[in-house]
Every structure is written in C-alpha cells, then in structure tokens.
Design a protein around this ligand. Sequence first.
Ligand code: C2E
Ligand code: MG
Ligand code: MG
Ligand code: MG
Length: 282
Amino acid sequence: GAKEHGRNRFAFYSSEMADRAMERLYIEQGLLRAIADEQFVLNYQPVVRLEDGQLLGFEALIRWDEPTHGRIEPDRFIPVAEESGLIDYIGSWVLHTACAQANTWIAAGFTDLRLAVNVSARQMRAGDFDTIVRDTLAATGFPAAQLELEITESTLQSVDRSRELLGRLKALGVMISIDDFGTGFSSLSLLKHLPIDRIKIDRSFVQDLPDDANDVAVTEAIIAMAGSLGLALLAEGVETPAQQQFLRARGCADAQGYLYSKPLDVHDVDLLIASPSRGRLS
Ligand code: C2E
Ligand code: MG
Ligand code: MG
Ligand code: MG
C-alpha cells in the first residue's frame, strides 16, 4: 500500500543520502592527500575566434589523477572542495600553475594568448582574493591584461560586495567573465552596473542550436543584450558546424568546444603552439 511505498521510498532516499555522505567524506579525505601529494593537473581548452577559428588562448581546467582510482573530473570534486574550504588552496594552486605554464607559451611565441581561470564563489568570498591575484601576477610575471577570471552568476549574488571586489580586480588590469551565463539569476541591471568584460553562453543553450526554438530565442536575446551592454561574447560547448554557423551568423565573437578541440594536456598544448598551423582550429 501507500505506507509501504512511502517506507521504501524513505529507505531509498536515506541509503542514497548515506552513499552521498560517504562519497563526500571519501573525496574530502582524498583531496587532502591530493594536495599533499600534488595529484592535480591542468588541462587547457583552446578558445577560438568564431569567424575564422583563429586560436585566441586557453581555459585552464583542473583534473585530479588519483593513484588508485584514476582520473577524477572536476564536477565530482570541486563541489566538495568548495563546501570544505579546500577550494581556497586548490584555487590558488590553479591560478599560480596556469599563469606559470602560460608564460612558457608566451615565451614560445604565442605572445598575445589569453588565459582563462575558473574562480569559485567561495574563493571570491574569502575577502583577500584580489591580493592573491596580485601576488600571483607578481610572482609569475604573467601579464595581467591577458588573464581572464571566470566567475559564475551565483558569485554576483551580493551585488555591493561583488562590485567592490570586481573593482579591485579590474584595477589590477585583469578581465572578468561570467561563466555558464543564463543558468543563474543575474539581471540585466546587475550586469550593467558591474565591471564585466565578457559573458560565456552556457553549453546547455548551444547544445540544441539551431533546431530548438527556445534555445534560438534565448541565444539571440543574450547576443542582443551583450551587444547593447558592450560585453564580449563567447559560446561554450560548440560541437557541430551547424551550431558554429548559427553563432557566426548572429555575430557571437568567440567559441570553445569539441568542434575545435577538447581540453588538452600540457604536452599537447606545447605541440599545438609549436606547429606551423597553430593559427587555425577550424
Ligand atoms: P566550465 O568552466 O563551464 O568548463 C567547461 C566544461 O565544459 C569543461 O568540463 C569542458 O571540458 C567542457 N566542454 C568544453 N567543450 C565542450 C563540448 O563541446 N561539449 C561538452 N559536452 N563539454 C565541453 P570540465 O573540464 O569537466 O569542467 C567542469 C566544470 O568544473 C567547469 O565548467 C568549472 O565549473 C569547474 N572547474 C574546472 N576547473 C576548475 C578550476 O580550476 N577551478 C574551479 N573553481 N572550477 C573548475
Ligand atoms: Mg569556465
Ligand atoms: Mg561554463
Ligand atoms: Mg560549468
């Protein structure tokens, strides 16, 4: 009967919750070891100019190579790192490592590359985040104007505080972009009053272009809005020529996605930069 059904459902949920709590605990312990044993690596996904596929730079994406379980993707451990506070350490490691690595590609001749680094809301809340960025730029010598910090709409929730912090970051000379745009709750007026350089249209809107009428409408609205606010645009998760064609025709400037390249390990970026055809990815 209904009671039995309810009990089963409860049992189902509670064991699922226990599994999740176990997984969380397990990952949190593992992250402490990962930090101590330096088990993190960065991959870099090419960013291209949509018009002609010209390589513009890279987004740094973290991976965790766990010795017994193999590679663990960020969607599984970044949320745990955020809840536990370990993201402060990990995020600083990412920023420093990406800047140092990208410097070698600048030295190899890709002088004007753009480097994007993801920053979680928790890191931004820490209070001294601008100091961390400033110190990292000073320690690595990476050019501030070529660094782009990717934040999400949830970071912007407390407008006054984010305005102040974003102002201090902009004063360092870095760029700010809004990642996964359209999945959060930022309003037009919010964007207008914050020092933001670029928005990245979330992959979920790009995925079903050009066939899904809703996604077409949303994407066109975002492109129009970015135009009127003077924001640069990037489309995430471009996988097909049809998506590329649609976005090009509507004037979206930049793109990332498997159509151009998956995230690459450092060695493959070295090769890409050394190759004579480096300029074009489509
Ligand atoms: P994100 O910043 O939005 O990064 C884009 C994600 O989409 C990456 O997944 C990338 O591999 C994937 N992607 C790129 N192009 C395509 C495509 O054409 N099709 C599909 N299906 N996927 C594509 P990844 O590397 O697994 O990262 C997932 C998320 O984890 C990132 O989303 C970001 O939110 C977070 N993350 C990754 N690295 C870091 C980091 O260093 N710090 C922080 N705080 N978060 C990170
Ligand atoms: Mg990102
Ligand atoms: Mg994204
Ligand atoms: Mg994401």
